[in-house]
Design a protein around this ligand. Structure first.
Ligand code: SF4
Length: 342
């Protein structure tokens, strides 16, 4: 069989090794960011996955162990909002004990970190990425569905720092006409705090955020906006599959990143698999279908049988949506981002 291993990792049809596993532990969130989970659609009566259709922490750990055997070394907990799930430190403890993974991080909106950061750290979580789309509270509320204030996220970041979940990375989705005029303030503040800020081009994830190209602020323009106030110089990627373009501040005051999935796609090195809360694996953020692992798992399949399903899924992978986005005439229904994590 070809494409079997590269440095121990299974590789796909484009010779990309499986390296990163993003684990979505819930499809629920306490925010309603319009670019991901618009409140007018995901209202109080929206039917999220029922409890019995959600993987238990033991099931997540078992599947993760198998996926590590196939090459995954970086694990990231996502959602929805992962801290909506109770006792997440119990899962972190199980994942931290798995041999083979050297990075265990979490992406969160931060507001539930106070009181949870320390137990997560003690359980083995290494660091967090916090979503913060603006320091302007009105703009921030507009971008989270009026669910929280900037000070709530600040309290979460403080709790993460006190617990030692560092370095702190911040993710900021940039939407034209919404927060693009507040980027410099955010960059100045993050620079002063020593946080690594990453701007994210607004993406056509899922099917419900009303995405249009004219709402995208291209990476080049974001870099120009920051460079005008805080001179930048390009930096090389830390590793091949790193998603962000890196820039250092010329005054030595740190760096920023820009994730340019729309205007400068990086599918060529994409090494990410995603596990959904109901036990399906996806090989692209813009996938239209996944592979069900929960059914065989709960039907008593062995680790070897499940490993074969996962390996075959990756071996047959040829996703590169962002590279072909503009040539796709009638896109099929894509999986929603809140379900498989950004
Ligand atoms: S579009 Fe899909 S294949 Fe390309 S980088 Fe994103 S997740 Fe990977």
């Amino acid at each position: 069989m070809q494409n079997l291993t590269q440095g121990g990792a299974v590789t796909d049809r484009l010779k990309r090794p499986l390296r990163d596993l993003r684990i979505s532990v819930t499809d629920r969130c306490n925010f309603r960011c319009p670019y991901c989970m618009p409140a007018e659609i995901f209202g109080d009566h929206y039917q999220f996955l029922p409890k019995q259709q959600i993987l238990s922490y033991e099931e997540i750990a078992r599947l993760t162990h198998i996926i590590i055997r196939l090459g995954a070394v970086k694990l990231r907990l996502t959602g929805g909002e992962p801290l909506v799930r109770q006792d997440l430190d119990l899962l972190v403890r199980q994942l931290a004990q798995l041999d083979g993974a050297h990075d265990l991080a979490m992406t969160t909106n931060g507001v539930r970190l106070p009181g949870r950061a320390q137990p997560l750290k003690e359980a083995g979580l290494q660091r967090v990425t916090v979503s913060l789309d603006s320091l302007d509270n009105d703009v921030f509320r507009q971008m989270n569905g009026n669910r929280a204030n900037v000070e709530d996220v600040m309290a979460g970041i403080d709790a993460a720092i006190q617990a030692g979940l560092t370095p702190i990375k911040l993710n900021t989705v940039v939407k034209r006409g919404v927060n693009d005029n507040t980027l410099v303030d955010l960059a100045k503040w993050a620079k002063d705090q020593g946080y690594i800020l990453r701007f994210i081009e607004y993406m056509d994830v899922g099917n419900r955020n009303g995405w249009r190209m004219e709402h995208v602020v291209p990476a080049r323009e974001i870099a120009a906006i920051i460079d005008k106030a805080l001179p930048l110089e390009p930096l090389p990627r830390n590793y091949n599959s790193e998603t962000a373009l890196r820039f250092a501040y010329r005054d030595g005051g740190g760096e920023i990143g820009i994730i340019a999935s729309v205007t400068m796609p990086f599918c060529g090195d994409c090494s990410r698999m995603r596990l959904s809360p109901d036990g399906h694996i996806y090989t692209c953020l813009f996938a239209t279908q996944g592979t069900d692992l929960m059914t065989p798992l709960r039907a008593g399949a062995s680790d070897e049988e499940i490993e074969t399903i996962i390996r075959d899924t990756w071996l047959n992978r040829s996703d590169r949506y962002s590279e072909v986005r503009s040539s796709i005439k009638r896109p099929n229904e894509k999986i929603e981002m809140y379900y498989i994590g950004g």
